[in-house]
Design a protein around this ligand. Structure first.
Ligand SMILES: Nc1nc2c(ncn2[C@@H]2O[C@H](COP(=O)(O)OP(=O)(O)OP(=O)(O)O)[C@@H](O)[C@H]2O)c(=O)[nH]1
Ligand SMILES: [Mg+2]
Ligand SMILES: [Zn+2]
Length: 296
């Protein structure tokens, strides 16, 4: 299932796009929501159109948490193989803490992550921006949707897989997809100069087939990922570079805040892990603790 537009479900059947509606029993069972990325079983009813009859077992579900009135888990897409976290070197400015939030959500969903430093054409040296992620073991790509640099590498990573692009608004997610496959013709829009804050151009989660095989899921950029909380114990696990040090903390229940004998803190001081990432960890942990309390 590729997208939901105005209550209609667009489903790819072979090379053909069909519009289907939901069978009654799906409409009322919210737990059985049909997601972008789902493999569905269809039935045709002559002139009465096509209905979605069933959803195949999912190999993954990417979900995030939402607080407030609509609090709970919200599934974003099904059957995603990898999450591509996109940031821009400038316009909007690279924001490591925001990047880390997107990465943590993917990690909490146990999905592999690729980090992209886009708009490389706007700065002299984009490489240092990706360095904390290289140190953490992530695959980092530096690209420009405008000049085309790095696009082949990104394309190579997407082929044959289902990839979901996420990141702040205006960093160039849709532009990257257009550069990889110009036929997509996704809507993109200039980031407003004033305040360098992007407007939301992509408004819904949509999936597209890639010519060489595989699928990409374009998502609306989020201005705030504070909502994407994970359970407190999951937070340290979402920073894979901490793993090598966790056993050496003096206290078994060390939270790597201000505890004495913290091996993670020592590793950061020694330059073995990124101080910025440790700082992100602490911020996200604080939020995770707070939001898990708020839900009790
Ligand atoms: N200089 C430069 N501009 C870029 C690059 N990639 C995208 N842009 C521009 O950045 C603006 C925002 O790009 P979009 O592709 O709409 O960004 P997005 O991440 O899809 O934004 P949302 O859909 O709101 O989440 C557009 O004006 C693009 O032309 C790049 O590599 N270099
Ligand atoms: Mg977009
Ligand atoms: Zn520690």
């Amino acid at each position: 299932m590729l997208s939901i537009v105005g209550g209609k479900y667009r489903v790819l059947v072979g090379e053909k796009m069909l519009e289907a509606s939901l069978r009654g029993r799906f409409k009322h069972a919210s737990k059985r929501r049909v997601l972008v990325g789902d493999v569905v079983e269809l039935a045709t009813h002559g002139d009465h159109g096509v209905t979605i009859e069933d959803v195949a077992e999912r190999r993954s579900v990417l979900q995030r948490r939402t607080p407030g009135k609509s609090r709970g888990l919200r599934a974003v897409a099904a059957n995603v193989d990898q999450v591509i976290v996109v940031g821009s070197a400038r316009d909007p400015m690279w924001d490591p803490h925001m990047m880390d939030r997107f990465v943590v959500v993917a990690e909490a969903n146990h999905l592999p992550v690729i980090v992209i430093v886009n708009k490389a054409d706007l700065v002299d040296n984009p490489d240092p921006l990706g360095q904390p992620y290289r140190m953490a073991g992530y695959n980092v790509m530096v690209s420009s949707a405008t000049t085309g640099s790095g696009i082949d590498e990104v394309k190579g990573a997407l082929l044959g897989k289902t990839s979901l692009l996420t990141g702040s608004t205006g960093v160039g997610k849709s532009s990257l997809l257009n550069a990889i496959q110009p036929g997509l013709g996704l809507r993109t829009a200039e980031v407003s100069r004033r305040g360098r804050v992007g407007r939301h151009t992509t408004v819904s989660v949509e999936m597209y087939p890639l010519d060489g095989g595989g699928f990409v899921v374009d998502t609306p950029g989020l201005r705030d990922v504070g909502l994407w909380a994970v359970d407190p114990p999951e937070v340290a696990a979402a920073f894979p570079e901490f793993a090598a040090f966790l056993n050496d903390c003096r206290f078994d229940d060390c939270r790597h805040l201000q505890e004495p004998g913290c091996a993670v803190k020592a590793a950061a001081a020694a330059g073995k892990i990124s101080e910025t990432r440790l700082d992100s960890y602490r911020k996200i942990l604080g939020e995770a603790v707070e939001s898990s309390r708020a839900w009790e």
